[in-house]
Design a binder for this molecule. Sequence first.
Ligand SMILES: Cc1ncc(COP(=O)(O)O)c(C=O)c1O
Length: 391
Amino acid sequence: MISERLLAIEPSPTLALTGKVAALRSQGVEVINFGAGEPDFNTPEKICEAAHKAIRDGKTKYTASAGIIELREAICEKSIKQNRFRCEPKQVVVSCGAKQSVYGALMTLINPGDEVILISPYWMTYKDQVLLAGGTPVVVETETDDGFVPSGDRIKSAVTFKTKAIVINSPGNPTGAVYPRQVLKEIGALAIRHNLFIISDEIYEKLVYDGAEHVSIASLGEDVASRTITINGVSKTFAMTGWRIGWSVSPPEIAANISKLQDQVTSNAATVSQYAALAALQLSDDEIQDMVCEFDRRRMTMLAELAKIPGVRLQSPRGAFYAFANFESAMADRIQDDCTLAELLLDSARVACVPGSVFGGKGHLRLSYTLSPERISLGVAKIAQALESLR
Ligand SMILES: Cc1ncc(COP(=O)(O)O)c(C=O)c1O
């Protein structure tokens, strides 16, 4: 009855976990949730005001599928100024979130049988979306000790005559890895040599710490930009996950086709949200700096607390808001794997974490630091206690 296309993919494990936490909380159970993939802050007031104004001004009708011209122009201005690559509004397609933009890019580029390189651990959506597009995910592993940054050589060895594209995500979910400029140069050179497209998901670009620099791969030269689809959005930077606005910037022919697909699937992203996103892009970096500093403070708390658990291995994440910690040596013998560990922690310690296997990183747990330092300390202490009691 169900199509093979849908049978090939998994329900989102992180959304399932969110549902489980909500169900426990509705029964009055206190849960510390390290599973969330969204900031806990409110959307800044100026953005909310712009949305109210849009409603009052009657901005409640359909727009062009690719988005209102003012927003596409603002995205170009931002891309030129902040990301240092040139683009025009015809290259921008505004969508209902970066997730839809990645899907649009894959559906536009991938034919059945094409291979798409993913860097593991990866955001699981990439794998399922490659499968939905009829492609074959080819996974390149990275190591905890390398900070989950891939080497050009490893990626090169995964390229075959069927490779059509490579997906990169820096700063990354789930690892928090930020790729250095040199690694991005190697990926760019590889893409040129083997005629590959690059899908670069930069949704966490503003959330970088320890002096890490976010580099947009499209800024590394026209020859790289002409084969790159840059994905971004307002969800993480402006605490706007529920507004559902993302975008892609790609070469004109690809953008026209992403837009054509969107015409037939969703039409435009919500009009009011587009005006809110426009207001978000008009905020200065200073206005989001408090949130970035707060994430950094929480990151330090998370690192310090996890370091107290014997056997847990973790390289300091330099971006996003996740710690991806290796629990292999910390698990007692009777816990077989990270999925069992995550279940056990939720059932016995009432702490929610996402098992690393979901992202291709067996033996790990992903812990979001999107909650107060006090809750982080309490939650990690509960994990430590639960592990101790299982020995
Ligand atoms: C790497 C990555 N890309 C994209 C998204 C989705 O962003 P959006 O809310 O704009 O669809 C997420 C959300 O978790 C993410 O982690």
